[in-house]
Design a protein around this ligand. Sequence first.
Ligand SMILES: N=CN[C@@H](CCC(=O)O)C(=O)O
Ligand SMILES: [Zn+2]
Length: 408
Amino acid sequence: MTTDDRSLVITGIGELVTNDPAHGGPLGVLHDAAVVVADRHVAWVGPASQAPSADDRLDADGRCVLPGFVDSHSHAVFAGDRSAEFTARMAGTPYTGGGIATTVAATRAASDGELRRRARCLVEEMLGQGTTTVEIKSGYGQDVATEVRTLRIARELTEETTFLGAHTVPAEYAHDRRAYLDLVTGPMLAACAPHARWVDVFCEPAAPTAFDADEAREVLQAGRRAGLLVRVHGNQLGHGPGVRLAVEHGAASVDHCTYLSDDDVAALAASGTVATLLPAVEFSTRSPYPDARRLLDAGVTVALATDCNPGTCGSSSMPLVVALAVRELRMTPEQALWSATAGGAAALRRADVGSLRVGARADLVVLDAPTFVHLAYRPGVPLVHTVLREGRPTGGLRRPAGQPSRPR
Ligand SMILES: N=CN[C@@H](CCC(=O)O)C(=O)O
Ligand SMILES: [Zn+2]
């Protein structure tokens, strides 16, 4: 199939989601469509009957094709396992963020090789489920050496890397938070900034080891001075200052947004900050879901992401997130798919991913389904047939040759 110097035409697309409003509606859906890929980018989109020829051809055989998912929030570099914490939570123990210390200890003790192997596995797992762009945070090192190690490994896997030294205050600084803030905003930031695009902070006064408004402001200001762009973990466990702080700092995104005041919603609606919702976290922590409809009705841009991490979301699956967004957040299938693709791109300030318009990166998913609605209609079913990243086929979860597709 396509290499850098060979073009590819994908024909037989029963339903094509472009996310290009020029084709109508936010999803820009075309039927009986074709896409031409050249030089790793989308070169042509239109009716199959008018498709230009290309060096190679892929017949989608009536399947649905959509932009690759953009998972704008993950913590994919870590060691250890917290399934026991999950079991306790299912028996009624609430999530407080305290378990992060368990992952910090395991991550510090792990070799680069182990961290790299585990992170690669997770990113491969994501790719097989249609995620072609992923953001990865540090935050399980919480010392200079381990934060740098985790960011270097993240950088091998994605350009969207985030410095989250201010995830929680580690145990050795529990009685001197000031000293940890000085470390995070001083030597740790200086060592990490070359490996990161973003700075993030867990601003959550309800969590004893996370950061309050003044502390979080200090972290974001230092990150900006170091040339990093801002994103924030906020309003996950209770009402608080996270959203206001994110808007005040021109953050690309504030993530979680479970507990919002009317002022928070109004501030988001008047800002360029995306609200990123992470419903697989509420699913995995048995917590109340965020009110997506309230945000959408107010005109806030909403993204959906996994938050894949060992504590609050063991899932790497954007199809699961889309299904939860429809079932539990009451988003329409159209809204959920947009938020999981174009919304994620907005949350990462990326114009080149999240859509299949001419000039976009040729990141696309062929679903073994006639319509994207099946992502929510058939939850838990491996519907991803083929994934192309930058025009190249990936291993994905392709059905072995000769095995019949399920009826569409
Ligand atoms: N809220 C903070 N951080 C992660 C959870 C990290 C953990 O519990 O290990 C989150 O986004 O949910
Ligand atoms: Zn997170």
